[in-house]
Write a protein of this length. Structure first.
Length: 111
């Protein structure tokens, strides 16, 4: 399983409560995620599980985003090519799973 730490991402908050994450595509370009899931415990970090082999830790969520994320049933994720690389943009929805705490391997990455 691949877990990568992402500190350079954007969050957009829509007028009706929707949350959109704009992130860099994984190396090799974006691939359609299988059963994506955003795991959130209400704090400074979230885990975007693209599939069973690819997890992305979204580091240091802005305090204004946290309550909106906690209230969301789904988020929109847009993945884009990095630094002018060729490739398509990918957009998908990920359900939000609220948990008591993020898994220990995630917490070890953000310390």
């Amino acid at each position: 399983m691949s877990v990568r730490l992402e500190r350079r991402y954007k969050v957009l908050l829509g007028p009706e409560g929707e949350v959109l994450f704009d992130i860099a595509a994984p190396r090799g370009g974006p691939a359609e995620p299988m059963a994506p899931l955003l795991i959130y415990a209400g704090g400074e970090h979230a885990l975007l599980r693209r599939n069973a082999e690819d997890d992305l830790v979204l580091d240091w969520l802005h305090p204004d985003v946290r309550p909106r994320l906690k209230a969301s049933k789904t988020v929109i994720v847009v993945e884009h090519p990095v630094d002018g690389a060729a490739g398509a943009w990918t957009e998908y929805r990920a359900p939000v799973a609220l948990v008591a705490a993020l898994p220990p391997p995630v917490l070890a990455l953000v310390r």
